[in-house]
Ligand binder design. Structure first.
Ligand code: BGC
Length: 391
């Protein structure tokens, strides 16, 4: 638990919100318009068991609009201007609650209690073995059968001088999905005037447990439903990654990316080497790997990834306090889902970059710890900054 404790202590001392007003360029002309930041609420629908789902629309007055659902804390859409000021929604999703409940591959959601996989759904903590749901073949994935992505979160609006946001809270009872300890979770989304979404995660527990939270947005910087992301140029600030076995569980090795198609230290098109026959890409049907970030320390917000869409000129820069990032090239999208704008999503039509601790950490003592104990506070932060290559 030392990692989180140190993080908590150090992060508490630094402002997590980078307002960046000094670096703001002229307001981008766009359909969303230049105006005051605002937040509005409407009803998105109700789940099949009758729970009401609200949708909050955050507008920053600088061309960006972000929609968030109380179901799963889902980022339903992210509207961003391109290099000519034309706005598109760059987050994959649905226009109705039923599809989110019945068929979402975690589009935009908060994933937990444990994002990513735990081998055989089993881990031992303080001598007690916990058996979790096997919802991904022989493994546990993204918190189980009813994870945080399927819970209704309580929402409170935030109106700061430089941001609008939403504070989402959820209390996961002791034993939910067979995880030990009651977990109080707060996830805060803030949209600032420098076109950045800030996500802060916080959790406390009343008994020893494991936690790994992330947001599972799939991006397509050309606009969701516009086709493949294989031309997007990706940079990952990672010289190592955790190779996986044929069920996508880390083997325990931490390998260098040098000389392999896993190397994104320089901007490289996602599709350039994805068909190379490299064994890890065969196993994952593409990229589906945790990268070990080249961090200066284990507490500050540091750049993890940058993605450029050469067509639209949109650029996404991701910074995080986390030690890892899962790069998933949308391999399991198979043309069966119809997205927000009515177009189907095929393989490679979106990518996810999930900031997180490493997969299967509860069974891999050499990985950074994901244990959380009473009295400690889990705290991590990630930011998604949007810009254009001429902005
Ligand atoms: C995993 C993929 C999985 C996807 C949707 C990603 O985080 O790495 O293997 O298919 O989530 O569940």
């Amino acid at each position: 638990m030392r990692w989180f404790t140190r993080t908590a202590a150090r992060l508490g001392a630094v402002p997590l919100i980078i307002t960046g007003l000094a670096v703001l360029g002229p307001a981008a002309p766009s359909a969303v318009g230049a105006s005051q930041p605002r937040i509005e609420k409407d009803v998105f629908g109700s789940t099949p068991d009758g729970a009401a789902v609200d949708r909050y629309t955050l507008t920053n007055g600088r061309g960006m609009r972000v929609r968030i659902l109380t179901y799963g804390g889902i980022i339903q859409s992210i509207e961003v201007p391109d290099r000519r000021g034309r706005t598109a929604n760059v987050a994959l999703g649905f226009d109705n609650i039923t599809d989110y409940v019945e068929s979402s591959p975690y589009f935009g959601s908060i994933t937990g209690r444990y994002a990513n996989r735990i081998a055989n759904g089993r881990f031992t903590l303080d001598g007690v073995t916990h058996q979790l749901a096997l919802n991904d073949g022989v493994n546990h994935l993204h918190g189980g059968t009813v994870g945080f992505d399927k819970r209704i979160w309580r929402a409170a609006e935030i109106r700061d001088r430089d941001a609008v946001g939403l504070e989402l809270t959820y209390t996961s009872p002791d034993g939910e999905e067979n995880y030990p300890g009651a977990l109080d979770v707060t996830v805060t989304y803030r949209l600032t005037r420098d076109n950045t979404i800030h996500v802060d995660y916080r959790a406390t527990t009343d008994a020893p447990t494991v936690v790994n939270l992330t947001n599972h947005t799939y991006f397509n910087l050309g606009g969701e439903g516009s086709g493949s992301i294989e031309d997007h140029r990706l940079t990952l600030d990672a010289s190592r990654y955790t190779p996986v076995n044929d069920t996508l569980i880390p083997t325990g090795a931490i390998d260098s990316v040098a000389g392999t198609p896993m190397d994104f230290r320089r901007p490289t098109a996602i599709g350039e080497r994805v068909r190379d026959g490299f064994e890890q890409l065969v196993i994952g049907r593409g990229y589906d790997h945790n990268y070990v970030l080249d961090r200066r320390d284990d507490t500050s917000l540091e750049q993890a990834a940058r993605v450029i869409d050469p067509d639209s000129g949109r650029v996404l820069t991701i910074r995080t306090t986390e030690p890892g990032i899962q790069f998933y090239s949308g391999n399991f999208l198979d043309g069966t889902l119809v997205g927000t704008s009515g177009r189907i999503y095929r393989q490679g039509d979106g990518f996810a970059l999930e900031t997180q601790h490493f997969p299967d950490s509860p069974n891999q003592p050499q990985f950074p710890s994901t244990e959380l104990r009473p009295g400690d506070t889990y705290r991590t932060s990630t930011t998604y900054q949007f810009s254009t290559d001429r902005g």
